[in-house]
Write a protein that binds this ligand. Structure first.
Ligand SMILES: C[S@@+](CC[C@H](N)C(=O)[O-])C[C@H]1O[C@@H](n2cnc3c(N)ncnc32)[C@H](O)[C@@H]1O
Length: 255
């Protein structure tokens, strides 16, 4: 596998990295976040799917946990929701598929549909989803701006594009304590568990990626809409939700 440095977000490298850590991805996510990742996804599902029904796309879905959070939310409020979980790493999607099958018939309205697809070239018509989400994924897309535009393209006017992503806490004390954990502890534990540098890449990719105002501006540009920001757990993660105010006509985006 090619090495992961701060300049290499080539799809083949990113896919190879996620393929190599896929067997322990969920376990490490839950352990390293002390299970807070479950709450972040549940919150995103609640905010985005508050009204219930609709068609939802979870892009860069990985092992499908965000799609599952949406399905559980829909099941809880009795909403009929059709969910597609898309990712370009087949082994991550295989794990998602297994989870979707095992929970089908449980507390969900309909199990999500797994699909192998690139977020920069989604195989869907314009405006065909009510909500398009991505959890901890857009930072890994080779051209994040293009990925967001593609997500906005497949979302209908009046729908929502939501991004759950790591951010930098603003409180200096939290920033110091969390910074030590995030930069010093997490990459070492990640390396011990996987013998890969994926968790060092995680730290660099978060540091290099815009957050707060800067990411809101990027999302607003891609969607043409207002962006609401929800900092979670002292701002170590942020949920960004944009209303899609534009629609695609032919090749043109119009207000
Ligand atoms: C950190 S994981 C996030 C998985 C999941 N959304 C979650 O909440 O845990 C990032 C995922 O993005 C996927 N990914 C990165 N670039 C992609 C692209 N251009 N198209 C589709 N998936 C992509 C990777 O395969 C990986 O599964």
């Amino acid at each position: 596998m090619a090495s992961i440095n701060r300049h290499s977000k080539q799809p083949a490298v990113i896919r190879g990295m996620f393929h190599s850590i896929s067997p322990v991805y969920d376990f490490l996510n839950h352990m390293l976040s002390m299970n807070m990742d479950r709450r972040w996804r549940a919150f995103a599902a609640r905010v985005v799917c508050g009204a219930g029904k609709g068609r939802v796309l979870d892009a860069c879905s990985g092992t499908g946990d965000l799609a599952l959070a949406v399905a559980r939310r829909a099941g809880r409020i009795g909403a009929k929701t059709f969910i597609v979980a898309a990712d370009f790493t087949p082994s991550m999607m295989a794990l998602a598929r297994r989870k979707f099958e095992s929970v089908n018939g449980g507390a969900m309205s309909v199990a999500p549909l797994p699909l192998i697809a690139d977020t920069m070239r989604l195989p869907f018509a314009d405006s065909c989803f009510d909500a398009v989400m991505v959890g901890f994924g857009i930072r890994n897309v080779a051209d994040a701006r293009a990925g967001l535009e593609e997500m906005a393209r497949v979302c209908r006017r009046g729908g929502r594009v939501a991004v759950l992503e790591f951010s930098h806490p603003r409180n200096p004390v939290v920033a110091r304590v969390y910074g030590f954990y995030f930069r010093r502890v997490l990459p070492v534990v990640g390396w011990l568990m996987t013998r890969r540098h994926a968790y060092g890449y995680l730290v660099r990719s978060v540091d290099d990626f815009p957050d707060g105002e800067a990411f809101s501006a990027m999302l607003a540009q891609a969607t043409g809409g207002q962006v609401a920001r929800y900092p979670l757990t002292f701002g170590i993660v942020t949920l960004y939700v944009a209303g899609v105010e534009t629609t695609i006509t032919g090749k043109r985006r119009v207000i």
